[in-house]
Ligand binder design. Sequence first.
Ligand code: BG6
Ligand code: MG
Length: 215
Amino acid sequence: MKGFVFDLDGVLADTAKYHYIAWKRLADEIGIQIDEAFNEQLKGISRQESLERILEYGNKAAFFSKQETAAMAEKKNQQYVELLDELSPEDALPGVREFLASAQQYNIPCTVASASKSAPFILDKLGIREYFAGIVDPADLTKGKPDPEIFIKAAQLMKLKPNEAIGFEDAQAGIDGIKGCGMYAIGLGTSEQLIGADRVIRDLSEVTVEELICL
Ligand code: BG6
Ligand code: MG
């Protein structure tokens, strides 16, 4: 293996919880009850599509115009970005900094494949942006996860074929995207939540660069 591709929210940064808090606040305001089990299917999904899923779940999709849903998505993002204000290098998930520093020492490139438009901002806040050879811009994508496009682009940023890289994901949509282009998938979470992952770990402190490049 010659490169690593990382999802951001829930893999590098402890920010998946903030997405959930902000969506829950918005859903409450419009009278839709969401819980953590429902939230699993929002992970890895774009802002607009997440909102569509929430409205469909609450049977309210027909009640709002395009303009209204755009304003709702914007409101959720404002709340989310406010929550990010407190973010500091301590919010990098366990093992992240050590793993990235080790990859740098081994000269193994790392890229970010996240649906989030806030990815560069978050990487700066965590103080880990310098470790990445590239960040896929979600604005360049024609399809979001579970389509493999974002992972293919992430591999291209490292001039690698997808099967020469390892992808890390905490969302089922992400695992499906990684496997959809023949990349090796490491899931962060539980094997019940992450079907089809080649390996499941709790966090990056459980793996070393040394062992993974031998795969
Ligand atoms: C993904 C998150 O990383 O980014 C999703 O898992 C989120 O929950 C998506 O909706 C888009 O993020 P943002 O910050 O652009 O709204
Ligand atoms: Mg994620």
